[in-house]
Design a protein around this ligand. Structure first.
Ligand code: HXC
Length: 263
């Protein structure tokens, strides 16, 4: 049976595509610990399901997510946060999920919501989406990678300005700065349609090749150029051992459509 959740919705809108919709409308999808636990469980379910080739995370028309749950965090002590490693579950997506994840952002993506979107492999948004790292206004700082990922995405001066002033930036700006791969005019329906098309395209390829492609692009964020190129080369050489490399290249030569084995 499909798992049932309280704070998220899950569905398979197209073959091979797992959709996760953040669904805490009364709190603008504030990312509480219980919500994040469910999000991680849903991500794991899709990631372990060999029939799923791409995952989309989205929210509502009004909010992708308005941040970590401020009411949950307000009374936290240092020792409670440190002992329980409070924000560590937020790293699961980046550390463990191998299937490509697309963020489809409509409305607010603030604080932890912006950080969650930045963790995804591909970010699509509406032009009116509203991103920001407003933590400074709450007497704190980004805590789920925002200072690192936003800075890598848009450069130091822009990231510094946004994080020090807490001002929001629009979906349009996200597109111009390269945070978003695609900016959609219109609302969540149009946005989701674009995200679904891309997810379906990715899910239509060999799973081995897709996982390897995601892995090597992510290495570029961690390694020196030389180490990254060598890492890519090893995995590229390794893929000559996959069935799908033979299937893909033979199909090209025979002018046929490849039937992937995902092996
Ligand atoms: C808890 C939140 C919330 C949040 C909104 N709500 N954001 N609850 N945590 N991050 C709740 C409100 O309290 C309110 O509950 C309900 O959602 C609707 O929100 P309103 O403020 O009434 O809506 P609106 O007037 O339309 O304003 C929308 C908004 C505003 C501009 C997005 O909600 C807002 O500023 N939210 C906080 C944004 C923020 O600072 N995010 C960063 C959080 S810190 P009630 O019960 O009153 O109806 C963070 C740290 C990350 O993310 C670091 C670690 C991961």
């Amino acid at each position: 049976a499909a798992p049932s959740y309280e704070h998220i919705l899950t569905s398979i809108p197209k073959p091979g595509v797992g959709l996760i919709t953040l669904n805490r409308p009364k709190a603008l999808n504030a990312l509480s610990s219980p919500l994040f636990k469910e999000l991680n469980a849903a991500l794991d379910n899709y990631d372990n399901d060999k029939s799923i080739g791409a995952i989309i995370i989205t929210g509502s028309e009004k909010a992708f997510a308005a941040g970590a749950d401020i009411k949950e965090m307000a009374p936290l002590s240092f020792s409670a946060a440190y002992n329980d490693n409070f924000i560590a579950p937020w790293s699961h997506l980046s550390n463990a999920i191998r299937t490509p994840v697309i963020a489809a952002v409509s409305g607010y993506a603030l604080g932890g919501g912006c950080e969650l979107a930045l963790m995804c492999d591909i970010l699509y948004c509406t032009s009116k989406a509203s991103f920001g790292q407003p933590e400074v206004k709450l007497g704190t700082i980004p805590g789920a990678g925002g200072s690192q990922r936003l800075t890598r995405a848009i450069g130091k001066s822009r990231a510094m300005e946004l994080i020090l002033t807490g001002r929001n930036f629009s979906g349009k700006e996200a597109g111009e700065w390269g945070v978003a791969a695609r900016v959609v005019e219109g609302g969540k329906d149009e946005l989701l349609e674009e995200a679904l098309k891309t997810a379906e395209t990715i899910a239509g390829y060999s799973r081995v090749a897709v996982l390897a492609a995601k892995e090597v692009v992510n290495k570029s964020q961690e390694l020196s150029l030389r180490e990254g190129v060598e890492y890519e080369r090893s995995l590229f050489h390794g893929l000559f051992g996959s069935k799908d490399q033979k299937i893909g290249m033979t199909a090209f030569a025979e002018k046929k459509k490849p039937e992937w084995s995902h092996e």
